[in-house]
Each structure stands twice: as structure tokens, then as C-alpha cells.
Design a protein around this ligand. Structure first.
Ligand SMILES: CCCCCCCC/C=C\CCCCCCCC(=O)SCCNC(=O)CCNC(=O)[C@H](O)C(C)(C)COP(=O)(O)OP(=O)(O)OC[C@H]1O[C@@H](n2cnc3c(N)ncnc32)[C@H](O)[C@@H]1OP(=O)(O)O
Length: 176
């Protein structure tokens, strides 16, 4: 049976971030072109999305626990990708289609830190769209360490204006 292009993370098709336009793929959290970035990858999983990331020792808050800013970054980039995928699907596309996935920017990011997040284990972020507008999506994401729910985010994503270009024309692009 042919592999469904967005049938879920088990199939390891393209990640949402693999399909952002090149000019918009420099984000510190998830830009595939940013050599110093975290390179987060978000995959569809049915009506949800999933990102798995194992924090490094330098992502420490206190020994043994993850820095809250990293947790916010995971929820932010994962939720943007979730919103982008929902807008892409709403336009009739599936991940793997040749058209690039539209890029969203974060309008609002709220994170509830429910319990300390341990270092040394992979973290899983799961997200779902709870409101989809013409240019806007509201996404709820949950971050787990193993089976333990450690943080929950609510994020408002807005479609980036298509005509805008990042940085001066012709300039060499640098991350940051
Ligand atoms: C890196 C900065 C990029 C800035 C943009 C550059 C151009 C795009 C180029 C390339 C895109 C790729 C870039 C990669 C990005 C990587 C991810 C990040 O790190 S993002 C960085 C942090 N985020 C910002 O810096 C956004 C700054 N804010 C804004 O630019 C505007 O406020 C923006 C675009 C978010 C909205 O402005 P409006 O004038 O286009 O649209 P309105 O009408 O105000 O809002 C649209 C809908 O969103 C709701 N909304 C807006 N702000 C909200 C808020 N704070 N809370 C709740 N809802 C909000 C509104 O109520 C409205 O909802 P209703 O359609 O009426 O239902």
C-alpha cells in the first residue's frame, strides 16, 4: 500500500518545517536553515500534531530540570506549525504536496507550567487547532515528559503577510 504523505509521525514523511518557504525557514526554534537553531520538527498525527525534542544539558534551569524559555519555544514553534498545517489543509493540500506550507507568526503565546520538566528524557509536544479563522488559528499544545503532563500552551497564530520579505534585498542571510 502506498505511504500516505501525512499519515502520521510513524511514517516519517516530511515535517511541516521541511515545507516552509526557504526565506521563512530561519527561525531559531524550527528553521531548517539556521545552523545554530533547535531544528524542531512537527509531524501530523491524525487531527493532532507531534514534536519530539530532547533538551541538551545547556537547556537547564537548575540541575535536572528544563529552562522554561525552552519549553515556551517548543510550544511556540510546534503551535505555529500546527496552525500552518491546518491552513494548508483547509486550502485542500496534504503535507508532501509541492506547494510550500504557509508561514504563521506568533500573535500570542501563553504557557502554564504545571510541574517541573525533567532533563535527560525526550519531550513530546502534542497540539490541536481549537479555532480556525481566515488568517488566524488558535492552537492548544501540551508538553509531556514521558507520560507526565508538564506544561500547556495556548497560542494565537496569524498568517504572515505574503508580500513581506525578510531582510534587505540581496543581503547575505544570517541567522539571528
Ligand atoms: C520574526 C518577526 C516577524 C514579524 C512579521 C514579519 C513579516 C512576515 C515575514 C515572514 C514570516 C516568517 C517569520 C518567521 C516567524 C517565526 C516565528 C516567530 O518567531 S514570530 C515572532 C514573534 N511574533 C511577532 O513578532 C509578531 C508581531 N506582531 C505582528 O506582526 C502583528 O501583530 C500580527 C501579524 C500578529 C497581527 O497583525 P495584523 O495587523 O496582521 O492582524 P490583526 O488584524 O491585528 O490580527 C489578526 C487576527 O489575530 C488576532 N490577534 C492579533 N494579535 C492578537 C493577540 N495578541 N492575542 C489574541 N489575538 C490576536 C486578531 O484579533 C485577529 O483576529 P480575528 O481575525 O479578528 O478573529
Amino acid at each position: 500500500m502506498p505511504m500516505e504523505p501525512d499519515a502520521g509521525p510513524a511514517h516519517r514523511g516530511p515535517a511541516v518545517q521541511d515545507r516552509y518557504p526557504d526565506d521563512f525557514a530561519w527561525c531559531y526554534g524550527c528553521g531548517r536553515h539556521n545552523p545554530a537553531g533547535l531544528h524542531l520538527k512537527t509531524y501530523p498525527d491524525g487531527d493532532e500534531t507531534v514534536t519530539v525534542f530532547e533538551p541538551r544539558p545547556e537547556h537547564m534551569a537548575v540541575p535536572g530540570f528544563v529552562y522554561g524559555g525552552l519549553i515556551a519555544s517548543l510550544i511556540d514553534c510546534h503551535s505555529m506549525a500546527t496552525a500552518s498545517l491546518a491552513l494548508y489543509r483547509r486550502d485542500g493540500h496534504r503535507l508532501g504536496d509541492p506547494e510550500p506550507v504557509p508561514r504563521c507568526v506568533t500573535a500570542s503565546l501563553k504557557v502554564d507550567y504545571l510541574r517541573p520538566t525533567p532533563l535527560g528524557v525526550p519531550l513530546t509536544v502534542r497540539g490541536r487547532v481549537v479555532e480556525l479563522g481566515q488568517r488566524k488559528a488558535v492552537v492548544e499544545s501540551e508538553l509531556y515528559a514521558g507520560e507526565t503532563l508538564c506544561a500547556r500552551g495556548q497560542v494565537v497564530a496569524v498568517l504572515a503577510p505574503p508580500a513581506m520579505t525578510p531582510g534587505p534585498a540581496g543581503a547575505e542571510r544570517r541567522p539571528g
